[in-house]
Ligand binder design. Structure first.
Ligand code: AMP
Length: 461
């Protein structure tokens, strides 16, 4: 199961100066992380005795009602937004995952994907553990419970972490304690900040901004931070693994106003646009983004190339998920509802069209055809990432290898398929330069097919 997710944790010490409604704060912070998962969401709060939760399928504003949130009391809590496209769209897989065990209550929220979860599950099952979901998150919970029976929390977590392979940024609640964990490779982002009366842990800093908080810093790869009684304590696991921050967070996934691995995502995407302009210049009248993911790079391309920025496509920002409509003509109506052209800006123009990435190629083809129908004379596609040639095993839900348009085609073949006059992808070097982190500290498996971990049937670096 591959998942894109956002995790959250809040720990507040109630005092006379602050009486925050934690559940409402969590609601707002999860709303800020909505882009990381739109399939389901959950909040779990500890009230001093037990864990209470709300979980459901759908977007944050669809799942929580104000009354339910106001009735959910507690000083500590964790939350989650989840998106999985592998068909496991079921309430049981909604997180946080909660269990009561002999010594207390545990809730856990996970962003990432374990590559050895099947092996661990088999081992646990042979010892009598019974699983209620297919998720790798439940495997982590069972391992934790097992270790908690014999060790203190930090020791137990270290033992569990040393057994997990793959990506995991975790927010865990054990009674009134919140624990944030980032895997030793640092695949997925995780940061923490100060809010009125306490602390917040989140996948992205935008969640902290939303709560009017202040980012303290990001967790280092392999770091464990425990928040309890108004303070926090950090420790690290000793194993030394290759740092491998996910490049796709910078290319597409994270919000441009987030700070990830020390870089403001907006700056990275603008630099991506500048690098693209240097690598693939073209004589054109306007630079136009595919909204929203191409906007920041289009600004960079325009600034560098001195070709004017004009929006030729407009996205309906109020659209939720549309149900699959029967018949081609209704489906086309739904596409138009999501994205429309501004033909006055495109008609008779040579257009540089900027997008962040091409995965299956269907979006680019559809959009280029729309831009042509709006009267564009030429369409030059410029893509803010190298060709995506291989699947992600670390939790970005892309596609299988044969669905990836670039896995078996050269650039000319892709350009032809998407109906572009010319097509230019950013080089790996250009991407690394724009991100500003050494290549040896990035996971670029999706663009090289070489992974920082041993994955069955794949090549390791
Ligand atoms: P396509 O080539 O039709 O698969 O669509 C690619 C576009 O979808 C990209 O330009 C991104 O804006 C967006 N995209 C890229 N990766 C993902 C993903 N993992 N989940 C959802 N959308 C994505």
């Amino acid at each position: 199961m591959e998942e894109e997710c956002g995790v959250l944790g809040i720990s507040v010490t109630q005092n006379e100066f602050s009486q925050p409604d934690i559940a409402l704060q969590m609601y707002y912070a999860l709303y800020a992380l909505q882009h990381r998962g739109q399939e389901s969401t959950g909040i779990a709060l500890f009230d001093g005795n037990e864990i209470h939760s709300i979980k459901g399928m759908g977007l944050v504003p669809e799942v929580y009602s104000k009354d339910d949130l106001l009735n959910l009391t507690g000083d500590v809590g964790i939350g989650h937004v989840r998106y999985s496209t592998t068909g496991d769209s079921r309430l049981e897989n909604c997180q946080p995952f909660i269990i009561n065990y002999k010594n207390g209550n545990i809730a856990l929220a996970h962003n990432g994907n374990l590559i050895n979860s099947e092996k661990l599950r088999e081992e646990l099952e042979s010892q009598g553990h019974i699983f209620t979901t297919e998720s790798d998150t439940e495997v982590i919970v069972h391992l934790l419970v097992k270790e908690f029976l014999y060790h203190d929390p930090v020791e137990a977590i270290k033992k569990v972490m040393s057994r997990l392979e793959g990506s995991f940024s975790l927010a865990i609640m054990i009674d009134s304690m919140i624990i944030a964990i980032r895997d030793p490779h640092g695949f997925k982002p995780l940061c923490f900040g100060k809010i009125d009366g306490g602390y917040v842990v989140a996948s992205e800093s935008v969640a902290i901004d939303t709560l009017n908080g202040k980012l303290i810093r990001e967790l280092e790869p392999g770091e464990i931070i425990i928040f309890k009684d108004g303070t926090y304590e950090s420790s690290k696991i000793p194993v030394k693994k290759r740092i491998s921050h996910c490049v796709f967070e910078f290319i597409y996934f994270a919000r441009p106003d987030s700070i990830i691995d020390g870089q403001l995502v907006y700056d990275v995407r603008e630099k991506i646009g500048r690098e693209l302009a240097k690598e693939h210049p073209i004589d054109a009248d306007i630079v136009s983004p595919v909204p929203d993911s191409g906007i920041t790079s289009a600004v960079g391309y325009s600034d560098e190339s001195k070709i004017k920025y004009r929006e030729g496509l407009m996205k309906n920002r109020y659209i939720g998920r549309t149900f699959i409509l029967p018949g081609q003509s209704l489906r086309e109506t739904a596409v138009r509802l999501k994205m429309n052209t501004i033909s006055q800006n495109l008609s008779g123009k040579k257009v540089v069209l900027i997008d962040d990435s091409i995965v299956r190629g269907t979006t680019s083809k559809r959009i280029i055809n729309m831009v042509r129908s709006a009267g564009a004379k030429e369409v030059h596609a410029r893509i803010g990432s190298p060709p995506i040639i291989a699947p992600c095993y670390m939790g970005i839900n892309m596609a299988s290898r044969d669905e990836l348009v670039a896995s078996c085609r050269d650039i000319d073949g892709i350009g032809e398929l998407i109906n572009a006059d010319t097509l230019g992808y950013l080089s790996i070097e250009g991407l690394v330069k724009a991100i500003g982190i050494e290549k040896s500290k990035l996971c670029i498996g999706c663009i090289t097919g070489l992974y920082p971990l041993k994955i069955e049937c794949e090549q390791c670096e």
